[in-house]
Design a protein around this ligand. Structure first.
Ligand SMILES: [Zn+2]
Length: 434
């Protein structure tokens, strides 16, 4: 057994208190063995927390990691025009290698900002899985199926690919990779395909992840067609349940919030993306009050435009207050819980808490910074003042992925160069097609 001692830090405990403690990690099993007073534990290797704050690795519960290649390519447009005029034409030119290179860039960015787990929706998923395996993170992956604008054969093949990918990849990278069945959204997958394939996914025991109620354009047509709210329709086709988590849930009414809570369906709040695309303000405090498990996600880098979960915590707390018209809504500790324990719960990982028995997924925040002085309340700092660049060490599954701000698992400079080259070539190809 090889043991790593994270020493000299202050530890954020699951009850949101902070205490001086050392954390002992079993690197072979990838879990936390003990959390104890300074000087009580010893390990084969040490990671000096340098008086920093040891926190659970952050969980990015909804993203499209390879979209880092489109960061800053098209901004300042509403969702529908942005997708149709800018994003989809370029995505149509993406090769498997582009997806690999974009995923590596995104994963390095996550490691640098203390994220240790992600839930991803995309295609060329084998490439994303290979990148996750190399980068050492934990991930829930899947092939995202769309049936609109496809003939029946193409539509069914895409849905089948989502099922097959989820079944084949589950448990890869020594169990760090889990999977979900992924219909893209309630408006981009036809009803007959949901009715055929969702029961198959449930029968196979696959969790389900999709976009829902992101904009009014994803609500009004469904209400017109079916006479019920989108999540009532989702329930009717078998999508709601404890193994399902929905990205966005911006435009949900009281009935739908109740349905989320009663069915045990999770929600992933993506505040930056919702603000940037002017999608709306999600009723996060109302969902939490109803007992819905709400995690946090960055969504893709093209609508954010980074993968920094510290920004997301701050945005969630800020916009949560605005949505509730109440400054006490979505307080700091709730924002931190959403980015850690809640996200881990949605993804099905025993992570998101610094405690014996939990996965050894953690990050150390360097508190020796002007913008983190003074230190009245470190949970407040996590939600409101800290940045991803304050993270100095990142550990996932007991492996040190970044030590003293040096990423150890991938060659960061090479990853950035490849990403810049591939992004430039991609945009050029898309312009030629235009
Ligand atoms: Zn998304």
């Amino acid at each position: 057994m090889t043991e790593l001692l994270v020493t000299g830090g202050q530890v954020l405990r699951p009850d949101m208190t902070v205490e001086r403690a050392d954390v002992l990690v079993d690197q072979d099993r990838g879990d936390i063995v003990a959390v104890d007073d300074p000087g009580e534990l010893s390990g084969d290797d040490e990671l000096d927390a340098g008086d920093g704050l040891v926190v659970p690795g952050l969980v990015n519960a909804h993203t499209h990691v390879a979209m880092t290649l489109l960061r800053g390519y098209a901004d300042d447009k509403p969702l529908d025009a942005w997708l149709q005029e800018d994003i989809w034409p370029v995505e149509a030119e993406l090769t498997a290698e582009d997806v690999r290179v974009g995923a590596e860039l995104g994963l390095v960015e996550m490691i640098r900002s203390g994220t240790t787990a992600l839930s991803d929706m995309y295609f060329h998923v084998d490439e994303i899985a290979a990148a996750v395996e190399d980068a050492g993170l934990r991930a829930v992956l899947g092939h995202t199926a769309v049936t609109v604008a496809k003939d029946d054969e193409g539509a069914r093949a895409d849905m089948q690919a989502s099922l097959d990918t989820a079944l084949e990849l589950d448990g890869a990278a020594g169990g760090r990779i889990r999977t979900t069945f992924q219909p893209h959204s309630l408006t981009t997958v036809g009803e007959e395909y949901l009715r055929e394939f969702v029961p198959e996914a449930v029968e196979a025991g696959l969790p389900i992840h999709l976009h829902a109620n992101e904009t009014t354009d994803e609500v009004d047509p469904l209400v017109d067609d079916h006479g019920v709210r989108p999540l009532e329709y989702a329930d009717d086709v078998g999508l709601m349940g404890t193994d399902t988590f929905l990205a966005h849930c911006v435009h949900v009414d009281g009935t739908e919030i109740e349905l989320l809570a009663d069915s045990g369906t999770g929600a992933v709040h993506c505040p930056a993306s919702n603000m940037k695309l002017a999608s709306g303000t999600a009723p996060v405090q109302a969902m939490l009050d109803a007992g819905v498990t709400v995690g946090l996600g960055t969504d893709g880098a093209a609508s954010n435009n980074d993968l920094d979960m510290f920004d997301e915590m701050r945005d969630a707390a800020m916009v949560g207050k605005l949505a509730a018209d109440d400054a006490s809504a979505v307080p700091a500790e709730t924002a931190v819980e959403m980015a850690t324990a809640n996200g881990a719960d949605l993804l099905g990982f025993d992570s998101g808490r610094i405690e014996a028995g939990a996965n050894a997924d953690l990050a150390v925040v360097d508190l020796d910074a002007t913008h983190l002085t003074p230190a009245h309340d470190l949970v407040s700092h996590l939600a409101y003042a800290a940045r991803g660049s304050d993270v100095c060490h990142t550990v996932c599954d007991g492996t040190v992925l970044m030590r003293d701000r040096e990423v150890t698992v991938l060659d960061e400079r090479a990853v950035r160069e490849r990403a810049s080259d591939h992004a430039a070539a991609l945009v050029e190809r898309a312009a030629e097609e235009d």
